[in-house]
Design a protein around this ligand. Structure first.
Ligand code: SAM
Length: 395
């Protein structure tokens, strides 16, 4: 594959912003792509993919050929992909044979999987034999998955409509509203997206709203709704009848929820910012269904957000665990007796998942709940993101 100076410069500048100015990879890529209108689909694809892959393999690249120069690191990445380097001045100090021999001599799993040592130790301790395959799967590129908005169309009709636009998709088994893109592309630009016929949502994430067993007419609370991915799905499953209260501590995220609901043709979502414990107390025993899609480490979605590897720490995971237990303790009272609560994370760590649910069930508040079902979704088994979904019933 031929390299072009201006797209490689785009990659190198983005890498500099991500690692030297501590910016989020997705935001940097978005800004970079907007910065040059002349880049076509192929250039944009090259930049986005190269930046994501360099972020994913950052530790490995730096171990194989350490340098402060982002051009040098790009060249290392490029050679490790099995590509030839053009004779550019920026690449003069790269010794291709040395890169290859250092790469072949590595035998540490943490380095080869390009993760911090602490993460490898934690994963191995908590997941045992499954860890190796799981981290391998979490280092693959994520598929692009759509969730069909069944309020406006059917999976088959959307599949045909997209095919007319040259977008090939397939319907994965076991996920009733999901369509997977045959080829990675910018699907936000498609008119069908603007018409609200689909949302981008991983197949594992689509299992969360489904676990709530909602029916039209119910009162549902989505207490950590964020920008509303699950709220939209819940409202579709309720056929836009009943009420969904989408709450979060971040007001700006709920504004996105409202915008997305309008595009999806949904009228039953109401949003409410959580100002403090009073907001929750006022809603005691008011919900037939409660979703707690709690903040988490994101260890199940490393494919999508590879920079999470470099942002997490054992301390940040301990902090988020405290928040998760606080949320389940203080929000669970919003479910009516006989109602269902779903606790979900996009993490594969048992410490954020089944251990939290077990701890909750052993407390005074947890005594009035029973565990109905739990799904531990691992990336290497499902082929999609890692998730945890526990369904609990209030007695
Ligand atoms: C995993 S994200 C939710 C994603 C969202 N449900 C979706 O499907 O797009 C977790 C959310 O919890 C919110 N959050 C953090 N602490 C919270 C708290 N104490 N109460 C409610 N929401 C909280 C965060 O702002 C974040 O939006």
């Amino acid at each position: 594959m031929k390299l072009y100076a201006n797209t490689v410069r785009g990659v190198v500048n983005a890498i500099d912003e991500i690692f030297n100015q501590q910016q989020y990879a997705d935001k940097v890529i978005e800004r970079t792509l907007k910065s040059n209108k002349k880049w076509g689909a192929r250039d944009r694809g090259f930049i986005a993919e190269s930046v994501y892959e360099m972020v994913r393999w950052w530790r490995l690249i730096n171990e194989v050929s350490p340098s402060d120069d982002p051009y040098h690191l790009f060249a290392t990445y490029w050679v490790m992909q099995g590509n030839a380097l053009p004779p550019w001045e920026e690449f003069q100090n790269i010794h291709v044979d040395r890169v290859k021999s250092r790469y072949e001599a590595l035998d540490s799993r943490a380095i080869l999987q390009s993760i911090p040592d602490w993460m490898d130790e934690m994963g191995s301790e908590l997941l045992g034999d499954q860890w190796e395959e799981e981290i391998n799967a979490l280092n693959e590129q994520a598929e692009v998955v759509l969730r069909v908005n069944t309020l406006k169309t059917s999976r088959e009709a959307l599949m045909n409509r997209l095919q007319e636009d040259g977008v090939d998709t397939y319907a994965p088994r076991g996920y009733r509203d999901a369509l997977v893109l045959g080829k990675r592309q910018n699907i936000f630009r498609n008119p069908a997206f603007k018409e609200g016929l689909y949302e981008i949502q991983d197949a594992s994430s689509q299992l969360v709203a489904a676990a709530l067993d909602v029916e039209p007419g119910m009162r549902v609370i989505d207490a950590c709704a964020g920008s509303g991915g699950k709220s939209l799905h819940i409202a579709s499953l309720m056929q836009n009848k009943g009420r969904v209260l989408s709450m979060d501590i971040e007001e700006w995220k709920l504004k996105n929820t409202k915008l997305r609901a309008r595009r999806n043709g949904i009228g039953i979502i109401e949003t409410r910012t959580i100002e403090g414990s009073k907001t929750i107390k006022r809603l005691q025993q008011s919900a037939d269904r409660l979703l707690l899609d709690v903040p988490c480490s994101g260890m199940g979605v490393l494919r999508r957000n590879p920079d999470t590897k470099w942002k997490l720490s054992p301390e940040s995971i301990a902090n988020v665990r405290t928040i998760q237990q606080d949320i389940i303790q203080s929000y669970s009272g919003m479910v009516k007796p006989g109602g269902l609560m779903v606790y979900a994370t996009c993490s594969i760590l048992p410490t954020e998942n089944e251990y939290q649910v077990k701890e909750f069930l052993e407390t005074e508040q947890g005594k009035s709940f029973e565990l109905v079902e739990e799904q531990k979704v691992l990336a290497h088994e499902s082929g999609f993101d890692g998730f945890y979904i526990a369904k609990l019933k209030r007695k």
